[in-house]
Design a protein around this ligand. Sequence first.
Ligand code: B12
Length: 256
Amino acid sequence: MPSREEILRGLYEHTIPGHAAQVKELTQAGIDMGLDPKDMLYGAQGMGLIPALREVGARFERGEYFVPEMLIAARAMQGAMSLLRPLLAKQGTKPIGTVVMLTVKGDMHDIGKNLCDMMLEGAGFRVIDLGVNTPPEKMIAAVQEHNPQIVGFSAFLTTTMPMFKVNIAALEKAGLRDKVKVMVGGAPVTEEYARKAGADGYAPDASATVRKAKELLGIRDEDTSGNSQALADAVAILDETMQKIGEAEAAVKSQL
Ligand code: B12
């Protein structure tokens, strides 16, 4: 069994080159030996998941890392987050609301949605995630089963954005439109498009998603300390990394 220090150092050293399997194994070993999930995230003496992803970001800025390396490292961290997230959320307070999240039918992109999930959970929401390529019927069944206050639709393709309207129409047809607030988002989505599609709210990123969700439900910004803060920080850094990837890709495309 590795020591606490070995686990934290291992998380740092394996996240930087994106060794997803080792990062997940070490995270599980840390959980099994009772390490505080927050320590694995924040680390100590500069070791751990967040310090590793910061180092990856720094290498990218110095021109030592490129998009693929950054993406691989972010994926390794996401694997660790999938194990830590439930533990961090469980230690939090009772849910301030329920959100059903999904990527619309025809669309397989979920990185942005997953970041929103994590951030919402970190802020105290219960999140029911229906995954990608979700047909409206599945969304309706989930709304009937879980009674969420908010339903969030994510789309990353211009061709799947019209599914927002289709889902909203399905809610209307099922007599559920007045029972939920609809939020939409995804890289190509704009505030104006969201309004035209009939949504109640739009957010350009995960932090704004939490602010908008609270605003829609009339929840005042409460203290986000402890685990919520740890999750928020982890999500913010993943978010930042993914945005750098997007910008780098756009820059490459514009030179072609
Ligand atoms: C990763 C990626 C993929 C991965 C997806 C992996 C996954 N599990 O998600 C894979 C390889 C599978 C993929 C496939 C395809 N992709 Co793709 N993909 C991307 C890429 C590089 C990054 C997207 C991403 O994850 N960004 C990171 C996140 C963090 O983005 P973000 O916008 O900042 O997310 C925030 C907000 O959008 C918001 N948000 C997100 N969802 C929600 C929901 C709600 C309710 C709210 C409030 C907010 C919110 O919060 C997020 C977190 O802060 C983009 C390029 C780019 N630069 O965007 C192309 C891109 C989106 N893909 C594109 C295309 C064309 C495709 C394919 C059709 C390619 C092909 N020919 O096969 C397929 C489509 C498959 C399908 N049916 O969906 C195009 C879309 C073009 C268009 N105008 O429609 C893009 C823009 C690339 C390009 N420049 O051409 N893709």
